[in-house]
Write a protein that binds this ligand. Structure first.
Ligand code: E4P
Length: 217
């Protein structure tokens, strides 16, 4: 499973990219606003650091306006993916953009039918929101698992990005459910490699090694 970073924090992107773990980046209007910087500048900085897909979201409601925005975004960098909301107008826009060869990520997906419709429209990626669906008592992992099955059965090339990830369990279960990608917030990334028993084991190894070095042989 590929790891995308769910952030517009350039320092965070650099740090995780240096570990070789950032296969791509996703942003949304909330994530961009949090950084308080110029939208284009932030996206361009990120596109320079990460060679994989970088999602930048449109903010218009009408298909024609989304298409206009998307055409502008798409020329910012070769790895830009235009994020389009899962609405009737969004699907209309994805249908046209995919024919123009513009890569899209259909966002705010909460059901298999939404994902299937986005794939039929030619979406490059679909983003089911795990955390937000679980918050209202939904079964987000079932959506990911079933969507993967549908894509495989019908031969869709669309990739699933498990988004709105809140925990390690989400990451592990997304991998087991066959999600192609998990987009993970920066603060959760550290937990991917941390374990208290790893730290405890390391302390013991160091202690034993120091004692060994101090022993006369
Ligand atoms: C990424 O594509 C999504 O916009 C993001 O994961 C949403 O996360 P949230 O539900 O924590 O806001």
């Amino acid at each position: 499973m590929k790891f995308f970073l769910d952030t517009a924090n350039v320092e965070e992107v650099k740090r995780i990219a240096d570990l070789g773990l950032a296969d791509g980046v996703t942003t949304n209007p909330t994530i961009i606003a949090k950084e308080g910087k110029n939208f284009k500048e932030v996206i361009l900085e990120i596109c320079n650091i990460v060679k994989g897909p970088v999602s930048a979201e449109v903010t218009s409601d009408k298909a024609e306006d989304m298409i206009k925005e998307a055409m502008e975004l798409a020329v910012w960098a070769p790895n830009i993916v235009v994020k389009i909301p899962m609405t009737e107008q969004g699907i209309k826009a994805v249908n046209i953009l995919s024919k123009k060869g513009i890569k899209t990520n259909v966002t705010l997906i909460f059901s298999v039918t939404q994902g299937l419709i986005a794939a039929k429209a030619g979406a490059t990626f679909v983003s089911p929101f795990l955390g937000r669906l679980d918050d209202i008592g939904g079964d987000s992992l079932k959506v990911v698992r079933d969507l993967r099955k549908v894509f495989d059965v019908y031969g869709f090339k669309t990739e699933i990005i498990s988004a709105s990830i809140r925990s390690l369990k989400h990451v592990e279960e997304a991998a087991l459910a066959g999600s192609h990608i998990a987009t993970i917030p920066g603060n959760l990334f550290d937990k991917l490699w941390s374990h208290p028993l790893t730290d405890k084991g390391l302390v013991q190894f160091k202690k034993d090694w120091d004692a060994y070095l101090n022993t006369e042989r």
